[in-house]
Ligand binder design. Structure first.
Ligand SMILES: [Zn+2]
Length: 88
């Protein structure tokens, strides 16, 4: 029997403007995740701490890895920022 608190909070892909729902531990939906260069993806995983999405306390290293991804998206897919530009 699943308990109510086993249900994760609603979470969606962090790609700017993307509303695809993803598990909280995943940074982006499959399509966008594989558009991100491998070294930036590695940076996200290296800084990820299990449970941070529940505690809402991502580390500075994680925030910097996220920032690096956003900088890359801004440079390579600027159209993604036309409708929505905030981080989370
Ligand atoms: Zn997405």
């Amino acid at each position: 029997m699943p308990r109510a608190n086993d249900i994760p909070p609603e979470h969606h892909c962090h790609w700017p403007g993307c509303q695809v729902k993803t598990p909280p531990k995943l940074f982006a939906c499959k399509m966008h995740w594989y558009m991100i260069p491998a070294h930036l993806r590695a940076g996200i995983w290296a800084a990820y701490v299990p449970g941070q999405e529940i505690r809402k306390d991502p580390t500075m290293a994680y925030m910097m890895a996220v920032r690096a991804v956003y900088d890359w998206v801004r440079e390579n897919h600027p159209e993604s920022f036309t409708t929505q530009g905030q981080l989370f």
